[in-house]
Design a protein around this ligand. Sequence first.
Ligand SMILES: [Zn+2]
Length: 454
Amino acid sequence: MHKDDGFARRRVHLRLVGGRPCVWLIGFCVFAAPFVRAAGLDADERRMADWIDAHAADATALLREAVDIPSGTMNHDGVREVGRVMARELDALGFGTEWIDMPSEVDRAGHLFGRREGRGRKILLVGHLDTVFEREDGVRPFASDGETATGHGVYDMKAGNTIIVFALKALEEIGALDDVSVTVAFMGDEEKAGRPLGTSRRDLIEAGKWADVALGFEEAMHFDDTDWATVARRSSSSWILTVTGRQWHSSDIFSDDVGAGAIFEASRILNDFYEEVRGEKNLTFNAGTIQGGTEVEYDPAGNRGRTFGKTNVVPRRVVVHGGIRAISEEQLDRARHTMRTIVADSLPRTEATIEFGDGYPPMAPTEGNLALARTLSAINVALGRKPMPPLDPAERGAADISFVAPFTDALAGLGGIGGGGHTPDEHLRLSSMPLAIKRAAILIYRIGRDGESD
Ligand SMILES: [Zn+2]
């Protein structure tokens, strides 16, 4: 797959006219200076890169320590223990760390936040301590053949957490950590966010409102021999359609008294969703489960239901549970509006309601995000790799960075390169760790160097 990344269009085309080289040369130097500086690393950046290469084994050791602690979202003790390891590292860097407990009704471990005041821009770094692997999935400790590392959470996203810590260590090494104010948010329930989201994501959203820039360290996207910049992520939320009809002997179905029944009405609605809501780029929605009949029980939390019905009885109830993903709040609102209009246009003797659940908001591809991606791409080139085109938002699911994206410039996908996320085959390319740490450290350094806090 090839995308026009937009960086290429900005390549400089120089034409010399009038033959007076010195004036042109001076003109060229002034004009090209940013590209020359962007093309290479400055002395401080090279020092960080060298320090990072020299400490690659230490980074792997921290990663191993974190992976060897099972921390499925519902394994609260495990999540807190990984949090203690990360708190130890942040404390050593002069951060004020705080474990934020959740109210018991949220039923989650809580989050680790670390804050460090500095001179310049306010930067939020986002990671998560939990994995999808609960106790029933067994334990897969860290293992490595020198290049490929395996183990639960090695790629999603204990590598990203390690990259955050070592990028900060590299900045500290050259005395540049004081140039920025940093908040680190290590969420404890990203894989299965506690509800209500307003409570479980309160501190993260507050940090997003504080920040000038937010960086997400979920896995990096690398395919087609290309590193891709994650400037946008789609929202992810749910919907529940409930349809009722008149229970009657089926011989009278379609009559004015009995009408169409709940199942035909539900089919009409779903078909109209397919025909009328489908089509906008980056908008997708799915009907995940459907239960219909005379007696219908459905538990949305467990995604499980029971149904009974007879062929000679008009069904009185249908429940459909689905999801929806959109690239912006506007697109989500448009889709929800059309869905409500369709639901309201009931067949005879039927009624339907649709409820939209709260979920992960969209991270829209703003100009601020694209500007961060351009800086990261220049760093990638300076590190000897190719420019990083913006990734198609449809290529990524929802993540915690999306909760802060409405309030600040954001970039995601600063983690390690690997694959098999959420599967027993989860793996990480260890050689991608120094690269990712350098990208992150130099990006934070340049954000700090190039800008005052907003
Ligand atoms: Zn993750």
